[in-house]
Structures are given as structure tokens and as C-alpha cells.
Design a binder for this molecule. Structure first.
Ligand code: SF4
Length: 104
């Protein structure tokens, strides 16, 4: 199941983390929500392989430790989402379709 492309209409912001919004229900360590807005990562789908970090030409992502999450103990976090140039490389290469880019 990919990230819901309509998350901004279906979910409410529930907080902030590393300078970006967090959307939807959050109950750490098992439920982390969607991190970021124009660069959105569903951290409950992210398997922590880090391909987005490798392909992003402007270094938007950083891997964070998420011990106790059932899928993986590392997640991609869009800490520099304001720098995104909407090339879509991360969205296309994410193996779990956890990323949704909404160009500004
Ligand atoms: S769309 Fe391109 S620039 Fe934006 S976060 Fe993804 S890889 Fe980086």
C-alpha cells in the first residue's frame, strides 16, 4: 500500500518534527505518521533502505533512528524539504512507495 496521495485532505497535522509537519495519528515507537508536506514520507511504510538519500540531488533527507518500529529501525526524514526541486527521483525509486512529492 503506497502513501495516500490525498493525505493533506484526509489527515490533520498532529505536530512538528525537525522543522516539518507530522500528519495523522502518532503513537511512538510503533506509529510515526507522515513526515513533511511538499516532501512527505510515510514513516510507517518506510523500510529504511535510504535510496532516497542517495538519489536526492539537493540532500533533502536524513536517516533517523526509530527503534521499536515494527517495519524498520531507521526512517527517512525530510529535514530540508524546502530545498526540494521536485525532480521526483525519490518518489520513483522508493521501494515501498512511501514518498509523495507535491510541487510548491
Ligand atoms: S523530488 Fe527530487 S529534490 Fe525533491 S526530495 Fe525527492 S529526490 Fe530530492
Amino acid at each position: 500500500m503506497p502513501i495516500d496521495p490525498d493525505f493533506m485532505n484526509k489527515l490533520k497535522p498532529s505536530g512538528e518534527h525537525n522543522g516539518h509537519k507530522v500528519w495523522g495519528e502518532v503513537d511512538p515507537p510503533t506509529k510515526l505518521g507522515i513526515h513533511g508536506t511538499n516532501v512527505a514520507v510515510d514513516q510507517d511504510l518506510c523500510n529504511g533502505d535510504g535510496v532516497c538519500v542517495s538519489v536526492c540531488p539537493v540532500n533533502v533527507f536524513e536517516m533517523i533512528d526509530t527503534p521499536g518500529h515494527p517495519l524498520s529501525d531507521k526512517k527517512s526524514d525530510p529535514i530540508r524539504e524546502a530545498d526540494c526541486i521536485a525532480c521526483l527521483a525519490c518518489e520513483a525509486s522508493c521501494p515501498t512507495q512511501a514518498i509523495k512529492i507535491t510541487p510548491k
